[in-house]
Design a protein. Structure first.
Length: 83
């Protein structure tokens, strides 16, 4: 099995997808991480900022995941066939 050549963008997009996903998971688990980390309550307890921070990274993770997938598929198309 030969190694698939992928561009650097694949690794960047994969890392950003993973980081975005992890931030979304942390926010879903504990919505108070903003208050804990920064010592402020910007939305005055409504939770709106925390939910925005769940939606934003979740969308970013999906977008970066799709971009990484397209990089992977492009590498597969350009790789020489093993037949």
């Amino acid at each position: 099995m030969s190694r698939r050549p992928v561009r650097t963008w694949f690794w960047v997009e994969s890392a950003l997808a993973a980081a975005s996903f992890m931030l979304a998971v942390v926010t879903v688990i504990s919505r108070e991480w903003i208050e804990f980390l920064f010592g402020v309550d910007p939305d005055h307890g409504s939770g709106a900022l925390e939910w925005a921070l769940v939606a934003g990274p979740a969308i970013a993770a999906a977008v970066f995941g799709l971009l990484a997938r397209s990089e992977w598929r492009a590498a597969l198309r350009s790789a020489p066939s093993e037949q």
